[in-house]
Design a protein around this ligand. Structure first.
Ligand SMILES: [Fe+2]
Ligand SMILES: [Fe+2]
Length: 254
């Protein structure tokens, strides 16, 4: 089973730069690279911060570009998105409660995409309604492997300016995950950095965004960096989950 994770597009008005970079051109390069190398992927997950300011024009640009993506895809939102404006462009993405949560059953288990956005807040939240949805979807999986995607990581990465903006309801999330016990990996966005490890025994990873990155600083103010954009190629099999980080602009014009 091959999954692709793409995150933190931060799209602005087409033609506008963001941190001196062209987010839309980078998304186009990312999609072209996925089509060239991973057209066989089972799923491409865009794990939030699709736009920088939640503007309709940016979601429209995204929708147009996604029409060129060969593998199937699903979208998540992040704190920079606007759920209502997003849903105008992608109404099919809402669950029965109006959140952007999805589950898919794939050959090696169930993929669960969570909505950790509390509109107007930068940090992440999971209310009782969203946690109940997750509890039910994991229950239906009846012990089959589950792969969970969140925009906000539920764990610290020991960069204080990012840790204070993580998923605040991490303990409640863990309680639900622990009750079912078959979660093989949590994939998160939001931090614009490649990180791997584990959280309370569950393997975790984060990746760089497609536009700007966070500099690796463990104290002081938040800083961006111009490290290259990346997406992840995730290969899950009977006995392993492997996460490759691919710098898709390597050797290409930025
Ligand atoms: Fe972001
Ligand atoms: Fe974010």
């Amino acid at each position: 089973m091959k999954l692709i994770q793409v995150t933190d597009l931060h799209l602005v008005n087409p033609g506008e730069k963001h941190f001196g970079l062209d987010p839309l051109a980078r998304l186009e390069a990312c999609i072209a690279d996925i089509n060239r190398n991973h057209a066989d992927a089972d799923l491409v997950v865009f794990s939030g911060d699709l736009t920088d300011r939640g503007e309709a024009i940016a979601y429209e640009a995204l929708k147009q570009r996604l029409a060129t993506l060969v593998p199937p895809y699903r979208l998540m939102i992040g704190n920079h998105d606007d759920r209502a404006v997003f849903l105008e462009a992608f109404p099919e993405a809402a669950d029965e409660n109006g959140f952007i949560q999805t589950h898919l059953d794939l050959p090696h288990g169930r993929v669960l995409l969570l909505d950790t956005v509390e509109q107007g807040q930068i940090e992440g939240r999971l209310c009782d309604s969203r946690l109940a949805w997750l509890d039910e979807r994991l229950g239906e999986a009846e012990g089959r492997p589950a792969y969970v995607f969140t925009h906000h990581p539920p764990f610290d990465i020991h960069m204080p300016t990012l840790d204070e903006l993580k998923l605040m309801d991490h303990a409640a999330l863990y309680d639900v995950l622990a009750r079912h016990g078959a979660v093989r990996h949590i994939f998160s966005g939001h931090v614009h950095r490649p990180v791997g490890g584990s959280w309370r025994g569950i393997p975790i990873s984060t990746i760089r965004g497609t536009n700007h990155q966070s500099a690796l600083v463990f104290s002081g103010d938040y800083q961006t960096s111009t490290e290259p954009p990346a997406y992840a190629v995730i290969i899950a099999s009977e006995d392993s989950v492997v996460v490759h980080h691919h710098d898709f602009l390597q050797g290409a014009a930025a």
